[in-house]
Structure formats: structure tokens, C-alpha cells
Design a protein around this ligand. Structure first.
Ligand SMILES: [Zn+2]
Ligand SMILES: [Zn+2]
Length: 316
């Protein structure tokens, strides 16, 4: 009995959002990774093979593939934007290959993707009345993707979305009270304890967050404090490309290609503040389940895998 694995439920509170998560491990049940639902879309019918021909507006940014006589990525205004040009903008980052998983991109290619995000961010931040720029990627139907062809999205918003607002306020409050960054403190602790560290290089750390909102959630944080993703340069950009490739590959291989979302949390578009107390980061959330009545009625997420166990599986 002494060596029996602890599988009791536990409540954990996110130190930044204040949200509670209920960890309720599946007793005795092994992990059953089924992969994502495949989305059928013939290449011949795919509007992203030749966006201009499919009636899209001209791209706002194109990166060429140096090795082929072709484009590598292009960013176009969304044909059916969630936010129109009078309020903000909604752009689609299209990758050339119809089927290639982002985990199969080389580090150099991922770096190009990140550079494109930065370039568009800086340009959109110049627009009037933009408060926040959201950069995210949906992979698979379960993660909200409606188009099989790999793509990311960039939304420029005239308001500060609630999650960002809360995270910014909490970071600011912590900084005012302790004269320290809450993310830096957390990161130091994680690097000492190592239980939830999945990977690190000179500049980036990949962890399974203490109060993960989903099974096998990953976060990538820069080791050096910085509020703005869009401002990072070498060597951090290469380090982020390396960390993101490792994170995506681990999700692809260890969890058998599930659907996932990733997104970048960076400081709001600077108006009067540099938001120096904030610590930008990336989050990657695999999608396995559909949210049920309990979660909807209570706002309490139930997570069936402890982050420490997830980290162990990822590290193996
Ligand atoms: Zn396609
Ligand atoms: Zn920090």
C-alpha cells in the first residue's frame, strides 16, 4: 500500500487568474489517445491552394520559400471576418502545404512563422483604436478549425478581451504589491522544482502549468522578463522556434496527433503604458473532450491528468 500512486482529487487555484480547477484523475484507466477527427478537403477544392484565384483580397504579407520557387506563407484578410475593418481586422496566415503538420516544420520555418506574426502585429498596432492583437492557431475540428488546410489567425480588437484584462490586472497588482513579476517568480520555482518542466533551452522554458485548464496543457515562457512578444529578437526568436517545435512534436507523438489550439499572450497594444509588469508567453492546449454541463454551470474545469504526470509523459 505504501507505494500506491496517489490518485485523489485536488482543487488547485491559478495564481494569476484566481480560477479554480478540479483535478480528478481517472482511477485505473490508462490514457486512451484517439487522435483528432480527420477533416476531408480535397486539395483540388481547397481555396487556400491559390487564395487570389479563390476570390480573396491580395495578401498583406508573403514570405517566399527560399528552396522552392513558391510561397512559404501568406497572410490575407479573412473573407468572412469576425471583425470588419471599421472595428479592427481579422487576418488568416496560410501555410503553403495542404497537409503538413506544424510539428513537421523545421526550426527555421517555425521562426519564419513567428517573424510573420511579429511583422503583422507591429503593422496592425499602428491602426487607430486597436487595444489588443490576438494571435492563435486552431488544429483540427475539435479545436474549432473549419478549414483542413493549415492556417493561423490574427485578430486586431478595439477592446481588451476579458481573459487578457484579468491577467494584465493581476500581473499589475502583484507587481505593485511585491515589486516582482508573478510569472518570473513562478518560473524560478518551476525551474527549481523541475516536476512540471518538460523542456528548456537557454532562453525558453516549456512547462505543464500547475493549474492547467486542460489535460496535457503546455506553456512556453521566456526566461528573461519581457512584456512584448512582438519585440523579441535573436537569440530569443530562435529559442522560441526551438521550444515551439519541441512542444508541438511532443503533442503530436506522445498524444497521437490530437486537435489543439495555441495562442500568444502578449501585452496590450501600448497606448500610455509599456505594461512592463507583464510577462508574455504562449499556451498550447490539446483538445480531447467536449465541455459538459458541470463545467458550463460552475465555470469549474475538471482535468483528469495532473500536470506532473503530463510532464513525465512528455519527458519520456
Ligand atoms: Zn489546401
Ligand atoms: Zn516576468
Amino acid at each position: 500500500m505504501k507505494n500506491e500512486k496517489v490518485t485523489d482529487s485536488e482543487f488547485r487555484q491559478d495564481p494569476i487568474s484566481g480560477d479554480w480547477v478540479l483535478f480528478a484523475p481517472l482511477r485505473g484507466a490508462g490514457h486512451n489517445f484517439k487522435g483528432r477527427a480527420k477533416m476531408e478537403l480535397a486539395k483540388s477544392k481547397c481555396p487556400f491552394e491559390n487564395p487570389a484565384k479563390s476570390g480573396n483580397k491580395p495578401p498583406v504579407l508573403v514570405y517566399q520559400d527560399k528552396n522552392k520557387n513558391d510561397w512559404f506563407l501568406q497572410i490575407i484578410p479573412n473573407k468572412h471576418p469576425a471583425i470588419g475593418p471599421e472595428l479592427g481586422s481579422h487576418e488568416v496566415v496560410i501555410y503553403r502545404d495542404h497537409e503538413r503538420h506544424l510539428a513537421d516544420f523545421t526550426k527555421e520555418e517555425i521562426k519564419m512563422v513567428l517573424s510573420a506574426f511579429q511583422e503583422r502585429y507591429k503593422s496592425l498596432a499602428q491602426k487607430r483604436n486597436i487595444e489588443y492583437i490576438s494571435i492563435f492557431h486552431n488544429h483540427g475540428k475539435e479545436a474549432g478549425s473549419t478549414m483542413a488546410h493549415p492556417h493561423s489567425q490574427i485578430l486586431a480588437l478595439p477592446i481588451l478581451p476579458p481573459y487578457i484584462n484579468r491577467s494584465i490586472n493581476a500581473s499589475q497588482r502583484y507587481f505593485q504589491e511585491h515589486n516582482k513579476c508573478t510569472h518570473c517568480e513562478m518560473l524560478n520555482k518551476e525551474l527549481k522544482e523541475k516536476k512540471r518542466v518538460v523542456y528548456q533551452n537557454d532562453n525558453m522554458v516549456v512547462i505543464t502549468p500547475f493549474a492547467s485548464r486542460a489535460e496535457f496543457e503546455l506553456a512556453i515562457l521566456p526566461k528573461n522578463h519581457s512584456a512584448h512578444f512582438e519585440k523579441i529578437k535573436e537569440p530569443e526568436l530562435s529559442a522560441l522556434a526551438d521550444a515551439l517545435k519541441v512542444a508541438l512534436s511532443k503533442i503530436y507523438k506522445k498524444l497521437k496527433d490530437p486537435a489543439f489550439n495555441f495562442f500568444i499572450h502578449t501585452a496590450p497594444v501600448a497606448k500610455n503604458s509599456s505594461h512592463g509588469y507583464y510577462h508574455w508567453h504562449m499556451e498550447i492546449m490539446p483538445k480531447f473532450d467536449i465541455v459538459g454541463g458541470f463545467e458550463l454551470s460552475t465555470g469549474l474545469d475538471i482535468v483528469t491528468v495532473y500536470p506532473e504526470e503530463a510532464a513525465e509523459i512528455f519527458r519520456k
